[in-house]
Design a protein around this ligand. Structure first.
Ligand code: ATP
Ligand code: MG
Length: 343
């Protein structure tokens, strides 16, 4: 069971989490115009758009026809979270009566592609953006929701305005203690060990593993820190860093049956010290505090990983925390301000 916020949904009540039984009022798409394609994936085509009612730029995420339940879930979650810190805002939902397509109208972020951005981030930038991501995740988790697909492509950064927004709530799900969830979520390089060993009783801590992977790639200047060619190989890449003894101990603690036809996964590997990944190039970004935080995020045992709240309190963020409170006094923004929108 999650160490924190385990009863969030029970407390917020059925109307908060029951996405099967809520009615969506779809607006007409006439008001929005497509400007340019900005992305897309398995589940959508994403466009930069224009809201002709106010001449503002927006994002139009056209959902591919998938189960209504999945569409409901993404919308319900976005509505619940809109207004929270560093969460992309859902502005409208539209459906063209003549087609099967549904679209989400969202806040536009002038994102710098992460492959171009991460290599130029300085020590303070890495700290700042990681803190912003944790702030979003703590909020999301406190509202009973796991994102389940945290990765660089789902974290938009407008570097000019130092604005970070977590997007893509298509795989997000409500957390109910004791529930077995699908393990086929997330994106391979960012998948937590529990997904790779088939442990279904996972919780919010899944997102903290992915955050650890992102921090590692920013600190060590590696595009993807664990880069497996398939799920087994992904686990192997992790094992070669965190060691096989800790892996065995993890399986034992949770009584996880683990069978594999990959011989390499049965070998033994020593745990690597984090300093092994320090090079002349990345050394300016890597401090002992950074490595200590990384070590506490990248743990096999999901219960031993820091929570988003604990991670924000880590000494690595001392500087950012000071700035946040002295400039805007906003560290308690969403705690004191209950006016976050729930359309
Ligand atoms: P995937 O399957 O690749 O994870 P998806 O179909 O679930 O994607 P999103 O991740 O929501 O869709 O969006 C796809 C891409 O569109 C993003 O990676 C990003 O490049 C762009 N995008 C989405 N939302 C925004 C936004 N609010 N501002 C700027 N760009 C965005
Ligand atoms: Mg995405």
């Amino acid at each position: 069971m999650a160490r924190i916020y385990a009863s969030a949904n029970a407390q917020l009540g059925r109307s908060w989490y029951d996405y099967d039984n809520f009615r969506i009022e779809w607006s007409s798409p006439d008001r929005y115009e497509i400007v340019d394609r900005v992305g897309g994936g398995k589940y959508s085509e994403v466009f930069e758009g224009l809201d002709t009612a106010n001449s503002e730029t927006c994002i139009i995420k056209v959902l591919k026809p998938v189960a209504a339940k999945k569409i409901n879930r993404e919308i319900k979650i976005l509505r619940n979270l809109t207004g929270g810190p560093n969460i992309v805002a859902l502005l409208d939902v539209v459906q063209d009566p003549s087609s099967r397509y549904h679209s989400l109208i969202m806040e536009y972020v002038d994102n710098v592609e992460w492959k171009a951005l991460y290599p130029i981030l300085g020590e303070v930038d890495i700290k700042f953006y990681t803190f912003q991501l944790l702030k979003a995740l703590d909020f999301v988790h406190s509202r009973g929701i796991m994102h389940r697909d945290v990765k660089p492509g789902n974290v938009m950064i407008d570097h000019r305005h130092r604005k970070l927004r977590v997007i893509d709530w298509g795989l997000a799900e409500f957390y109910h203690p004791g529930t077995g969830y699908h393990i086929r979520v997330g994106s391979r390089y960012y998948k937590a060990p529990e997904l790779l060993v088939g442990y279904k009783l996972y919780d919010y801590s899944l997102d903290l593993w992915s955050t650890g992977c992102m921090l590692a790639s920013m600190l060590f200047r590696k595009e993807h820190f664990f880069r497996g060619s398939d799920n087994n190989d992904q686990l192997l890449k992790i094992m070669k860093v965190l060691g096989s003894d800790n892996f065995d101990a993890y399986l034992k603690v949770y009584d996880i049956p683990f069978e594999t036809d990959m011989a390499a996964l049965l070998h033994s590997y020593p745990k690597q010290p984090w300093t092994r990944f320090v090079t002349a190039e990345n050394q300016p970004f890597v401090t002992s505090e950074a490595l200590d935080l990384l070590d506490k995020l990248l743990r096999y045992d999901h219960q031993k990983r820091l929570t988003a709240r604990e991670a924000q309190a880590h000494p690595y963020f001392n500087l950012v925390r000071l700035e946040a409170t002295s400039i805007k006094g906003d560290s308690a923004e969403y705690v004191s301000d209950s006016g976050f929108c729930s359309m």
